[in-house]
Design a protein around this ligand. Sequence first.
Ligand SMILES: Cc1cc2nc3c(=O)[nH]c(=O)nc-3n(C[C@H](O)[C@H](O)[C@H](O)COP(=O)(O)OP(=O)(O)OC[C@H]3O[C@@H](n4cnc5c(N)ncnc54)[C@H](O)[C@@H]3O)c2cc1C
Length: 398
Amino acid sequence: MSRQTITTDVVIIGAGIAGLWLHNRLNQMGFHALLLENKTIGNAQTLSSQGIIHGGTKYALNGILSKATQAIGSMPARWQACLDGKGDVDLTHVKVLADHQLMWSKQQLSSKMVSFFASKALSSRMQTVAKADRPELFRYPEFKGALYQLDEPVLDIASVLKNLAQPWHGRIIHTPESTEIMWQQNNEGVQAIQLNGIEIKAQQFVLTAGEGNGELLETLKFTKPTMQLRPLQMVLCKAKNTPQALPAIYAHSLGSGSKPIATITSHFGEDGNTIWYIGGNIAEQGVGKNFHKITTDAKDLLNDILPWFDFPELEWATHAVNRAEPKQSALSRPDTAFVESKNNVHIAWPTKLALAPDLADQIIKQLQKQNLQKNTHRMTVNLPPATISKPLWDKAFQ
Ligand SMILES: Cc1cc2nc3c(=O)[nH]c(=O)nc-3n(C[C@H](O)[C@H](O)[C@H](O)COP(=O)(O)OP(=O)(O)OC[C@H]3O[C@@H](n4cnc5c(N)ncnc54)[C@H](O)[C@@H]3O)c2cc1C
């Protein structure tokens, strides 16, 4: 087979939030970076996410300001700068679903939690919501619990992907899923990859393929780092009749444990109906349950956490997805963004959407340490661009 060769400074594999953010930064800095995607942009974890730009408050519910809370604390401000056109990527056309999230508890919180939430470390990130400022759903007289507002926005992720992909779309390539990536490597690292008779030469290679990093590590014959998959089964519901649409809420429901019982975000279908996307304990415990069981559990849960609300007749869907992360002991949740480098190959997982800017910083630092050069490249081979995936809300109920 005749071989065509193209050259670039950096090859990035996997166009979820991690690959896209890095791709955008590198090209903007004047490097030539090619992003390869073998399905559609954002199709995996990124468009399965709830779009919450965590500031870490959720991870402090055990009354301790953990490493995760501290690492992620600066992320809402970092994203906000990008939304305002003053950050390292331009997100000025992103749709902000909510400026703040809520956290509610049916019962009054223990005095220990109240003082912790009011402490210096957390008070700048969360405030109690005065009765007069409560949204409709929490104005019912039967609601006698606590309501907090968290300084964490919720974004429409489809619009984030569009903003990040658009400026350098010509450098985001669709590689057929059936094509195995072949590595040309020696003791000093990787020189090129081969795909369907096309050779792509680069100085540096970054793997941001989420769950796909597992297979790429195998083909590279790297035994480290190792990956863990944490399965989730998310639940979606919407009113059967659009005129009775559910109210849009972005909120965590607190119980007595250290994790929210449920996290509800609201999204909008093509018909304008509001879709509640429910994560938290229900999604962790829903793994392996059949549709009837998990949706029955979800109905019971909603009636339990919002007993004062008269729900319209609802339609249900579920979404099974894995979180792909660096391996932790006992499948625990990693705290920070992760990158490990072996010569000129960098294996990365952001571990949270919110940490994508931090991950890009870390990778860029590694690339610069390895003396990445800005070269001029011409795309001599016509490669098909990758397209953006359809949002979950437009396919989950079909
Ligand atoms: C249900 C759920 C809810 C979440 N909610 C939040 C939240 O609200 N806030 C938050 O901060 N985080 C959240 N997260 C975590 C967050 O979504 C992930 O950490 C983040 O999206 C991971 O991004 P990524 O780019 O590493 O991976 P992915 O989004 O999984 O992208 C990997 C990409 O690589 C492609 N790929 C794979 N193999 C190959 C290959 N061989 N060649 C080319 N391309 C390949 C895939 O098709 C995919 O597009 C959530 C995760 C889940 C599962």
